[in-house]
Ligand binder design. Structure first.
Ligand code: ASP
Length: 381
């Protein structure tokens, strides 16, 4: 079992409870942090915050080499056993793919992040790649970004419609262009010239997502639309309901001690054509700095952009010396929640301390330790 650390990213309840265990090693360690005064302002803030339910799984863990998320997802009451199984299997496959990379000689944290995210992009169950949501015009416009903690190099694409794996094209922008962010047609041309896999836009059409957008249009009083293409993903038509925040992301730490982060999304259901969320914005949806942490976010992108969430967490770690758990909690459960921004983050530092913080009902998420132990969670469990 990984070592459970006390600086609970999701609730001060567990943290305060831990304080009451007289002989707890946790208490000793926490006391040391409190004595150093680093945690006191954070604790005071946490104590004032409205908290989502907590669980052991929400507590930060150590010795982690790779973390993934699959978005905040569905309200629990809409979850079906079939979808739950598919989501857990997808997260687990992503962790296995990333971990395999990390075990390969010479492979980097970037390789692991890309490999894990590609698995999630290829699944119809997550709002990224194949399973992307539809825009208000009934198209799929995808965003992604990736960042390397050692060099601060970064790459991103926005509003792409024919690139099968946007995370790979984001990496190509980082490694093969002199730019950080390419959008639309330029990004697609670049990906084509780089030899990446190009698909027809109808590749991204899935029946559940189509039903999902139809429901929104119906509520808006729009005339029913014909699907752009007939097809089926063997999913029940109502698998996702009308609300979906299912962006995917990964953070990784390689054997050389380098961090990387990446995020990929179809954006928000029924978004305006041309709308760009936080996922391809370095500092908002993705950030990596070896001296701080790697962060991948998911949630209501407009808030994550305005609150520069990923960088804000990294800055708290770097300049205030907060642990990843406390920094993530301060931003996600503090500032963001107070502003009305729903979502969550996964955060990993260069020592393998990992936090999963969210102010929504759930966050599809998981991690793998250096020893290969994989864990996945959907809600508070
Ligand atoms: N953050 C994404 C966006 O706003 C959506 C999500 O995370 O589900 O585009």
């Amino acid at each position: 079992m990984p070592d459970r650390r006390v600086a609970d990213n999701s609730s001060c309840t567990a943290l305060l409870a831990a304080l009451s265990y007289t002989d707890s090693p946790i208490r000793t360690c926490l006391k040391a942090e409190l004595m150093s005064k680093r945690l006191i302002p954070s604790l005071a803030l946490l104590a004032l915050m409205p908290m989502a339910s907590t669980s052991a799984a929400d507590v930060g863990v150590s010795q982690v080499v790779l973390g993934v998320h699959g978005g905040t997802g569905l309200p629990k009451k809409e979850m079906t056993p079939e979808l739950e199984k598919a989501l857990r299997a997808g997260l687990d496959r992503a962790l296995a793919a990333g971990y395999e990379k990390l075990q390969t000689a010479g492979a980097t944290s970037l390789d692991a992040v890309e490999a894990a995210i590609r698995v999630l992009e290829d699944s119809p169950h997550f709002n990224a790649g194949k399973g992307a949501v539809f825009t208000h015009e009934g198209r799929n416009e995808l965003d992604a970004s990736i960042m390397e903690g050692k060099t601060k190099r970064a790459g991103a694409v926005a509003g792409v419609t024919i690139i099968k794996n946007p995370i790979t094209s984001a990496r190509a922008v980082m490694e093969k262009s002199k730019h950080v962010l390419l959008m639309g047609r330029g990004a697609e041309l670049f990906a084509t010239q780089a030899g990446l896999e190009i698909v027809d836009p109808t590749y991204f059409w899935t029946e559940p997502r189509w039903k999902q957008i139809q429901e929104v249009w119906k509520k808006e009083g729009r005339a029913p639309h014909d699907p752009p293409r007939a097809g089926s993903t063997n999913e029940p038509a109502n698998a996702w309901g009308t609300r979906q925040l299912g962006t995917v992301g990964a953070v990784a730490l390689d054997q050389a001690g380098n961090l990387a982060a990446g995020t990929s999304t179809g954006g928000m259901n029924n978004k305006m054509s041309g709308r760009v969320g936080d996922s391809p914005i370095i500092g908002a949806g993705t950030y990596a700095d070896n001296e701080a942490c790697a962060v991948s976010a998911t949630g209501h992108g407009e808030y994550f952009i305005r609150y520069v969430v990923a960088h804000d967490i990294a800055a708290l770690v770097k300049y205030k010396g907060l642990s990843v758990e406390v920094a993530a909690g301060e931003v996600v459960k503090g500032k963001l929640k107070a502003a009305g921004g729903e979502g969550g983050v996964i955060v990993l530092d260069a020592k393998g301390n990992f936090a999963m913080s969210y102010n929504s009902e759930g966050l599809y998420r998981g991690y793998v330790t250096g020893g290969g132990e994989r864990r996945v969670f959907l809600y508070s469990e």
